[in-house]
Design a binder for this molecule. Structure first.
Ligand code: MRU
Length: 338
């Protein structure tokens, strides 16, 4: 068994995605041979995590280019449907548009789309490796860290962002272990972070989301490391719901709060967190299985952490400290180095 799982692969003209809904019980794949199946996999969270849904969307465009005339109204509809399958992670939108643009400019659209999707996949693995390296250097030796949601290999095309840095720091002997928030309502921490840490040999202690404040106040955590789905031009961060309270509590306890994400996550077209699109998901995810019958739910999938609560932003370009100067358009990835 290889320690690092691969979130997806392309084989025999089809996209094979690890079905993240089945974990930790079963490691199995959803096999997609149409763009509609890819869209469904993204919407139902069979594939999840910002970079991973970007790559899945990219391969979805390949499947569309194999079946549809490029350009045509059916093609435009497919690209739009993939691009908007989930609203918060900007990686999805830019990766789909990037592959579609290259397909439209080519004499063989399907071939060109596949070339670009595979390039983005390789590029994401390289970005993860750089983020892991820069992030690991921030963690003091001999520490335990806290993370929220899941940011490992399953969520990316490489070894992960925040969890990639934790794994690199663990390999270097700096991190002793990770505290993982359960991450209600869909348990990405309990199901995926704990599973991936187990595979990678990283000691992992699971806590209920509400325990993070007391843990941070206790002084047992040297740093918080999380990912991001979209970063506004002023540095405000959209990430899994529950990230914002952790950032507030980390600030209150004087614990550094690091956000690790590729530069493609920066959406310089959005001035601030007030403009970040936050996905609302079905109430059943919150209510199942224990809520009293007839209860209503409020289920935002993400929240916004103000930039001033982020000690540093770690991208493949290096370690950036607020205030940032992102003078670029979404997905271009030019950033100022600290
Ligand atoms: O709803 P999800 O599980 O797709 O949310 C994922 C997150 O919020 C992750 O922290 C983020 O995408 C970074 S993944 C490297």
């Amino acid at each position: 068994m290889s320690a690092q799982v691969q979130s997806m692969h392309w084989r025999d003209g089809r996209l094979h995605l690890v079905d993240q809904r089945a974990l930790p019980g079963r490691l199995e794949h959803v096999v997609c041979s149409s763009w509609q199946q890819v869209r469904e996999a993204i919407c139902s969270l069979a594939v999840r995590g910002a970079p991973a849904i970007g790559l899945a969307g990219a391969y979805g465009v390949v499947l569309a280019a194999q079946r549809l005339a490029v350009p045509s109204s059916a093609w435009t509809e497919a690209v739009q449907a993939l691009r908007t399958a989930r609203p918060t992670a900007v990686d999805l939108s830019w990766a789909v548009q990037r592959v579609a643009r290259d397909a439209e400019a080519a004499t063989n659209p399907a071939e060109a789309a596949l070339r670009t999707a595979m390039f983005l996949h390789r590029q994401d693995a390289e970005r993860c490796a750089r983020i892991a390296k820069f992030g690991a250097e921030l963690i003091p030796a001999g520490s335990w860290v806290l993370t929220h949601c899941h940011t490992g290999a399953l969520a990316t095309g490489g070894e992960g962002t925040a969890l990639g840095a934790i794994a690199a720091a663990h390999r270097a002997g700096r991190v002793l272990g990770v505290y993982a928030d359960e991450t209600r309502p869909l348990w990405q921490g309990a199901r995926l972070t704990a599973w991936e840490c187990g595979r990678r040999g990283i000691p992992c202690r699971l806590l209920v989301d509400g325990a993070a404040g007391g843990l941070l106040a206790s002084g047992r955590v040297a740093a918080v490391l999380v990912g991001a789905d979209r970063i506004a031009a002023n540095g405000d961060i959209a990430n899994k719901v529950g990230t914002y309270p952790v950032a507030v509590l980390a600030a209150r306890s004087g614990v550094p709060f690091y956000v690790l994400a590729p530069e493609s996550t920066i959406d310089s077209g959005l001035p601030s967190g007030a403009d970040l699109p936050i996905e609302e998901r079905p109430g059943g995810e919150v209510l199942s299985p224990v809520a009293a019958p007839g209860t209503e739910a409020y289920n935002p999938a993400f929240d916004v952490t103000p930039a001033e609560l982020v000690t540093a932003l770690v991208t493949e370009g290096g370690v950036l400290r607020w205030p940032y100067a992102f003078g670029i358009s979404a997905g271009r990835g030019a950033t100022e180095r600290a």
